[in-house]
Design a protein around this ligand. Structure first.
Ligand code: ADP
Ligand code: MG
Length: 246
């Protein structure tokens, strides 16, 4: 099967700092791919290169066979690739419903149609009972949920989540995990940046590991967590110690 998204030899530099170096991997339809690695490994930079916030120094991003490198973030989002931000960008003076509706307006100017899409997404993400709460009054978990809901309202084929589980409690993490699986069931593909291995292991089809800008390996979760280089660069004993205990 042809990949939905191909990341081809992406290199991104900030002056002399090489934040991504020759990174390649693919995402297929209906697949959950996770991107892991220590802080500063280049995960967010890669998100920015894929979604048009940065133009990579070299390499290509190919979506459904079309080279989208250098297109604007707006164009890329319109084509079906939407991301959330590591630092949440809730619109504080707007209600939950209005926050999500801003995403829905990407594909329609009709308020009625945008409201219908928004209603569906609020149901799907468990936010319907909070639709009238102002952004400013939300908990961190709900802000993150709104961020995902707003991204979903743009009707993406690929949803990219940048550390959307950080700072959440166990129950909230479980909620995001089950939402990810529900989205996959609906036919979406996901690219997830996350540090919580216990959360991404059970839901990922493939895990890509970055360290100091370079991809060091990729594979199914069980292989990746047992990879010596990954343990040395990132996991250390923390994941293994936990998995041995349980
Ligand atoms: N806009 C920028 N300007 C300069 N350096 C940056 C910028 N964005 C990221 N970097 C640097 O690039 C490297 C990778 O950062 P980042 O992609 O944020 O890593 P991660 O998301 O994996 O923690 C870091 O050394 C960071 O300081
Ligand atoms: Mg980051």
């Amino acid at each position: 099967m042809k990949p939905l998204l191909e990341i081809k030899n992406i290199t991104m530099k900030f002056g002399s700092l090489v934040a991504n170096e020759d990174v390649s991997f693919t995402i297929h339809e209906n697949e959950i791919v996770s991107l892991i690695g220590p802080n500063g490994a280049g995960k967010t930079t890669l998100f920015n290169c894929i979604t048009g916030f940065y133009k990579p120094f070299s390499g290509n991003v190919v979506y459904r066979g079309k080279d989208i490198t250098g297109m604007t973030s707006y164009e890329i989002c319109s084509l079906g690739i939407t991301r959330t931000f590591q630092i949440v960008k809730t619109l504080n003076e707007m209600t939950v419903e209005e926050n999500v509706m801003t995403g829905a307006f990407l594909h329609t100017r009709s308020r009625k149609r945008a409201a219908r899409t928004t209603g569906d997404i609020l149901e799907l993400t468990g936010l319907i009972s909070k639709k009238n709460i102002l952004g400013a009054n939300l908990t961190i978990a709900d802000r993150k949920r709104v961020e995902i809901a707003r991204a979903l309202a743009t009707n993406p084929r690929i949803l990219m989540l940048d550390e959307c589980m950080a700072g959440l409690n166990q129950t909230e993490i479980k909620d995001v995990m089950s939402l990810c699986l529900r989205l996959k069931e609906r036919g979406l593909s996901l690219l997830i940046v996350e540090h919580i291995m216990e959360a991404i292991m059970p839901i990922s089809d493939n895990i890509v590991v970055l360290n100091a800008g370079k991809k060091i390996t990729e594979g199914i979760p069980q292989d990746v967590v047992n990879n010596e280089e990954v343990i040395k660069a990132y996991l250390g004993d923390r994941y293994h110690a936990k998995s041995k205990k349980s």
